[in-house]
Design a binder for this molecule. Structure first.
Ligand code: FE2
Ligand code: FE2
Length: 271
């Protein structure tokens, strides 16, 4: 089974980039499943009905998310309407809607997809509270679900590279792949771990080109340099009129009989 996985897609430029490249990628790569992380889909924070529809129109089939998933009030409607194809991190915000994992059917083959948040550096970034150990949570999920699907994918939405690497080894041989999201900058370590788990510390973002994790370099510099101001009051701006885009995705090939990863590749380019 071939799976194409986009990391964090940021705002309108990110959605435009997917629309620009995915139809052709689907023709050339012929993926069985296209997954995307949508925590930054609506103007950099959260999801709305129309922004999700943009990705559905482009051909994305399943969605993971992260700490910003509930930032737009429209999340309620999104989960009510599209909750069958979106997951949110399983180890936080227990009172909010959405499942933390799903077993979906891909061409007659069950696939388990799990979304977890890292703990390191994340507490201050999570407004909804109740962040619990991703290492315990993945064990709980696998104990209950592993018999249902041989192919098992984890989006580990975490800040620290060390925590992501540690997670890779924790589930090596138990998951088909562990793909990191959240930092928006791709890492160059796509490889198969000794137990057969495809691993990548961070896929990277799909966003406006020449940005600072999706926002304009000018606005990011203003925030970093103007120490006398309340940093939160310096608005970050998404370059809505961007005509060049940064795209990042991973391509996984997984043995359907064993669930082991045969090949993992990461792509980063400007289009
Ligand atoms: Fe993000
Ligand atoms: Fe995030």
């Amino acid at each position: 089974m071939k799976i194409l996985f986009f990391g964090d897609i940021v705002g309108k430029p990110g959605r435009q980039a997917v629309a620009k490249i995915l139809p052709e990628l689907k023709q050339t790569l012929k993926p069985d499943l296209v997954i995307a992380n949508i925590e930054n889909l609506a103007h950099g924070k959260g999801i709305t009905m129309s922004t999700l529809q943009d990705l559905l129109n482009s051909g994305v089939g399943f969605f993971t998310s992260g700490n910003h998933v509930y930032d737009k009030p429209e999340y309620k409607k999104v989960f009510e309407t599209h909750g069958d194809k979106i997951i949110r991190p399983a180890n936080f915000a227990p009172d909010y809607p959405g499942d933390g994992y799903k077993v979906i059917d891909v061409n007659g083959q069950p696939v388990l997809i799990v979304n977890l948040l890292g703990e390191v550096f994340m507490e201050k970034q999570v407004d909804q509270g109740s962040l619990t150990s991703p290492f315990q949570k993945i064990d709980e999920i696998l104990n209950a679900q592993s018999s249902k699907a041989k192919i098992r994918i984890l989006d580990f939405h975490a800040d620290a590279t060390s925590e992501k690497r540690a997670m890779g080894f924790w589930v090596d041989g138990r998951m088909s792949a562990v793909l990191g999201t959240h930092t928006h900058v791709p890492t160059a370590d796509a490889h198969v771990l000794p137990g057969g788990t495809g691993y990548l510390t961070d896929i990277g973002e799909t966003a406006a080109a020449h940005s600072v994790i999706g926002v304009s370099a000018e606005s990011a510099l203003r925030r970093f340099r103007e120490h006398d101001l309340d940093r939160k009051k310096v608005a970050l701006e998404i370059p809505e009129d961007a005509t060049e885009f940064e795209v990042s995705y991973a391509i996984l090939e997984i043995d359907e009989a064993t669930g082991k990863c045969q090949n993992i590749k990461s792509i980063w380019s400007i289009v």
